[in-house]
Design a binder for this molecule. Sequence first.
Ligand code: C5P
Length: 400
Amino acid sequence: MTLKGKKILLGLTGGVAAYKAAELARGLVKAGANVRAVMTKSAAKFVTPTTLQALTGQEVWIDLWDKRVPDAMGHIELSRDRDLIVVAPASANFMAKVAQGLADDLLSTLVLARRCPLLLAPAMNVEMWQSAATRRNAKTLAADGVLFAGPAAGDQACGEVGMGRMLEPGQILALIEGGFQPKRLAGKRFLVTAGPTEEPIDPVRVITNSSSGKMGYAVARAAREAGAGVVLVSGPVALETPEGVQRINVRSAAQMFGEVKARLKGCDVFVSVAAVADFRPKKAARQKIKKGEREGMVIEMERNPDILAWAAAQKNAPFCVGFAAESENLAANAKAKRRKKGIPLLAANLAQKALGSDENALTLYDERGAHPLGRGPKLEQARKLVAHVAAMLRSGKKAR
Ligand code: C5P
């Protein structure tokens, strides 16, 4: 129930993507929000008010002169109690109207008379999105403080391909949830490592760890949602960069170490979530190794630097957070690891319960003891971790 008690006005304008807004309405309601839907006349040609009414459990509004509002003040009243207006899909025409301050129907009037933030999820043909006029309008809107969710690139309903697809309802929902997170870390700078590292054996073979990167990306996203500036140093993963996060791609532990070294200074918090390979082949062959007639092979390995321990040992080290995936004796191993690395906070989990999964069950270990976070989606766990870090920072905890 991430949006419990939040009052949202969901606006729909004319576009094929309006059918996806029905799913967004459902997602918002499921997350606990009170959703009031307002449609333009064109939107009602793509999806019916009855659908939105059934999904939100509330009356749906279209007409500026609706008799249900006795004193004709609907254009103000319908948005006054709202925490957020989301317009999805937002057509090129609607963007143009908002950019100009036009108010010629109920939705555009409500938007102009709003007191709450406005989030637009544009959806339009690629040429419309790229047209000089829409570029200009998007710039004006952003300068006016209007928030944007997307659009994305991809196949379009018109058969063309390119920028202008509305984000998926789940992505818009996640952005809305993120926007409502308390800004506990405003002004703080985070450096996060995530994913596996790859240690080359030859040009095509590597030694690596199993790591999807999902936990590290969730931490980066949660820190960003909480208002921090976030740099994410990422090993090879198949994940999208969280909104507003600066991502730096690396492959090997040595490259990751180089990037962390170059960026640690000036950071307030370093969260080392990456599954860094402990060893690397001493020599990577320049050419692909042929299997030939051999029955087996020995690869000589050498130690990789411990990036986290290095960071924690620096003079004026940032607040360092480590991760530990253990296969047994979670508490004892986690406590020992926290001490050995010299860090104030360590998040531990049983590896077999988290690897590749969208869920995790972390326990945080600090000088006061163990704090189990329960089991839940990685983003939820990351938000709890970030809240814990913020509380420790507030209470003046530094390294060790
Ligand atoms: O020592 P161990 O690998 O179990 O510790 C895990 C923690 O240390 C993680 O936070 C991981 O990102 C970090 N680590 C590191 N560099 C290494 C190995 C682990 O930063 N070479």
